[in-house]
Design a protein around this ligand. Structure first.
Ligand code: ATP
Length: 293
């Protein structure tokens, strides 16, 4: 085998809480991660020259060692010592710096692909354990699905699939730095934290309405205050009939949950007509373990 083609799916956070800042500067989080049907495609090939090279249609992305794909392949090489070089062609569809783990999922996809291509054949659980060296969201992205993520993102508990719904995802034309959001998060001033345990219960019971009632994101306090477009998109979604609209991760992407495709489509049109976002997708929840990765 000389080439592996894999999909790298984006995530949203159905719930996101930050528990504390740790002495090492990281934050302990408690989040419900959900894979959505929006993905990048990685074509990963062997090459003789012992280097790691990347190409992509997105001009703004780095193709050197700053790309998380590069870091992921380097980590696989340092850990398992396979022979030869690797080229990755990336078709980037996931919005960048959006709170959808776009870079992290590419890194995880590159790890899975190299594992297969070079017949390293380590269990995915093992890849998850080393993946945290690249970034806090990378362990989750190795397998995805509906997952409770704790610690800095490395403690993963699989949950049953969240109840299915129609999803509208809109990324306003601004980039948000995750670092900025965490640095400006004033934890003591937050009066109400999301109840992630209650959300886990609703997911286990397949209770869509209960899950929606628990959906909340503690980081929204920082990002929504800085960028009012986020609140405007949420309002537009609700006005068009969304059961819930929430910011994902550190933002600025907003997702809305809808009962009907007609409502989701009218929210799509309203956001587009008012130039609130260029990148808009109608999507759904997905469990990659049941898909052909
Ligand atoms: P998260 O939800 O994990 O915080 P994000 O969606 O906010 O992630 P990314 O799309 O991962 O953010 O991108 C953050 C930065 O990482 C970008 O500024 C980009 O230059 C850099 N980066 C490196 N490699 C990649 C990649 N393969 N895809 C996207 N961004 C990448």
């Amino acid at each position: 085998m000389d080439k592996v083609v894999t999909k790298a799916y984006a995530k949203i956070n159905l719930g996101l809480d930050v528990l504390r800042k740790r002495p090492d500067g990281y934050h302990d989080v408690k989040m419900i991660m959900q894979t959505v049907d929006l993905y990048d495609v990685l074509s990963v090939s062997k090459k003789e020259e012992n280097t790691i090279t990347i190409s992509t249609q997105k001009e703004e992305l780095p193709v050197n060692e700053d790309n998380l794909i590069y870091k992921a392949i380097k980590l696989m090489k340092d850990t398992y010592g396979f022979e030869g070089g690797v080229h990755v062609d990336l078709v980037k569809n996931i919005p960048i710096a959006a709170g959808m783990a776009g870079g992290s999922t590419d890194a995880a996809g590159a790890m899975r692909a190299v594992n297969e291509l070079f017949e390293i054949n380590r269990p995915l659980k093992e890849l998850e354990q080393i993946a945290v060296k690249i970034g806090a969201d990378v362990p989750y992205c190795v397998q995805g699905g509906t997952v409770l993520s704790e610690g800095i993102g490395e403690l993963l508990t699989n949950l049953p699939d969240a109840p299915q719904c129609i999803l509208l995802i809109a990324k306003p034309d601004i980039s948000v730095s995750t670092k900025y959001v965490y640095e400006n998060l004033n934890l003591p001033s937050i009066e109400k934290h999301p109840d992630i345990d209650a959300m886990v219960k609703t997911i286990k019971e397949g209770d869509m309405q209960g899950m929606i009632e628990q959906m909340d994101n503690v980081l929204a306090s920082v990002t929504e205050q800085k960028y009012e477009i986020i609140g405007k998109i949420k309002k537009t979604m609700i006005k068009q009939g969304a059961l819930k609209a929430l910011m994902s991760g550190s933002g600025p992407t907003v997702f809305g949950i809808f009962d009907t495709m007609v409502q989701a489509a009218s929210a799509y049109d309203a956001i587009k007509e008012n130039a609130m976002a260029k990148e808009i997708f109608i999507s759904k929840f997905i469990n990659p373990k049941e898909e052909n990765l």
